[in-house]
Design a protein around this ligand. Sequence first.
Ligand code: MN3
Length: 199
Amino acid sequence: MPFELAPLPYPADSLEAAIDKTTMEIHHGRHHKAYVDNLNAALVGHDQLLALPIEKLIAQIKDVPEAIRQKVINNGGGHANHTFFWNSMCPKGGGEPEGKLADAINSTFGSVANLKAKIKEAALGRFGSGWAWLVLDQGKLEITSTANQDSPLMQGKTPILGVDVWEHAYYLRYQNKRADYVEAWWNVVNWKAIGERLG
Ligand code: MN3
């Protein structure tokens, strides 16, 4: 069974508080679609790998034959990261985290404002294309970033929140101003979905 591109979980024009409709359409319908298509092309004849959930395929990347491993990292990582990203946002998002998530953020980072500052630092510190992440590592929250489509799953970490900082994610509205995009991103963050990832 090949991997499939799921539809966006909301209309493309419903995240205008941070991301414009055209960016959403191109990002999902062309960039994400290309990762899925290229992943399926790389895995032709590898039926056992095609049968895995995408997160498992990426977490077990060392089991992927070396000849196709980098293609699977780039495109399978792209598929996993973007699926995760769409589900990290929602229309009428933003506000403040609640409950267990708020407690975990406050006890680890002191405040939500400080978490946002550290995500921004990770996003701006990532030279070129990549992602800024909040992850769980050995049960502890930490901020990290990855290059290209590398996933924290490849390092045995659990992604909790991720911001795509490839230019394709923000260039139409923000041009070179990555910081403005990252600040606006919190207007559409889906804290409920992110809190559920803490388990
Ligand atoms: Mn992207």
